[in-house]
Write a protein that binds this ligand. Structure first.
Ligand SMILES: Nc1ncnc2c1ncn2[C@@H]1O[C@H](COP(=O)(O)OP(=O)(O)OP(=O)(O)O)[C@@H](O)[C@H]1O
Length: 182
């Protein structure tokens, strides 16, 4: 049965999300100051040399993962306090992954695109590290669980994962095609 557009999870079907990661060691050692602030989905960048210069923009989702977190014994990042503003992998999945999953189960194609400079947190959000599983493995787990739980239906899954680095396209699922760096 062909899926109908009206059955899709969202009307405009393109969602843009911004995530602010914690400082890395180099940034902490340099005594860096965070120049980003967020109020719901409005993100403001403040020029640290000029208090009067700030730029604001909005996106569909804005995730504050810069501070307000703790790690449990397994290494899982959690909000420091219940209801805290820190956005962990689960809340990102809830907003961005869940709709893709439901659409995929109805036969719709979906694309997840991460954009940002080196070290900005693309791999963390897409794939994750250790117990902090990112969007792709969580989506795959849930997709294959759902397929397993519905044996009446025959499903075919097509999946590709590409990286564009220095204007070169790398197939991340092909052994030996890994680009240098990135
Ligand atoms: N939301 C986050 N919470 C905690 N740590 C994070 C988060 N996002 C990124 N990090 C940490 O920041 C570092 C850089 O992140 P990551 O490797 O995802 O960057 P990247 O954009 O994929 O970099 P590259 O383009 O060089 O591959 C990693 O050590 C990662 O664990």
């Amino acid at each position: 049965m062909r899926p109908k557009a009206a059955d899709m999870q969202c009307k405009d079907c393109v969602k843009v999300a911004v995530r602010v990661r914690p400082f890395n060691k180099r940034e902490r050692d340099a005594g860096s100051r965070c120049i980003i602030s967020m109020a719901t989905n409005v993100i403001t960048i403040q020029d640290p040399r000029n208090a009067a210069t700030r730029r604001s923009f909005s996106s569909d989702y804005a995730y504050w993962s810069h501070s307000g977190f703790t790690r449990d014994r397994t290494g899982l990042f959690l909000p420091e306090e219940e209801g805290g503003r820190y956005a962990g992998q689960a809340s990102v999945f809830q907003d961005l992954g869940e709709g893709i999953l439901q659409n995929a189960l109805q036969g719709y194609n979906a694309t997840l695109l991460a954009y940002g400079q080196t070290g900005s947190g693309k791999s963390y959000s897409m794939v994750g590290y250790g117990p902090n599983k990112g969007l792709v493995p969580t989506l795959c787990d849930r997709l294959f669980q759902a397929i397993k739980g519905n044996q009446d239906r025959q499903c075919q899954v097509f999946f590709s994962m590409l990286e564009i680095y220095n204007e070169q396209v790398v197939d991340l699922l092909s052994r030996g095609s890994r680009a240098q760096g990135g």
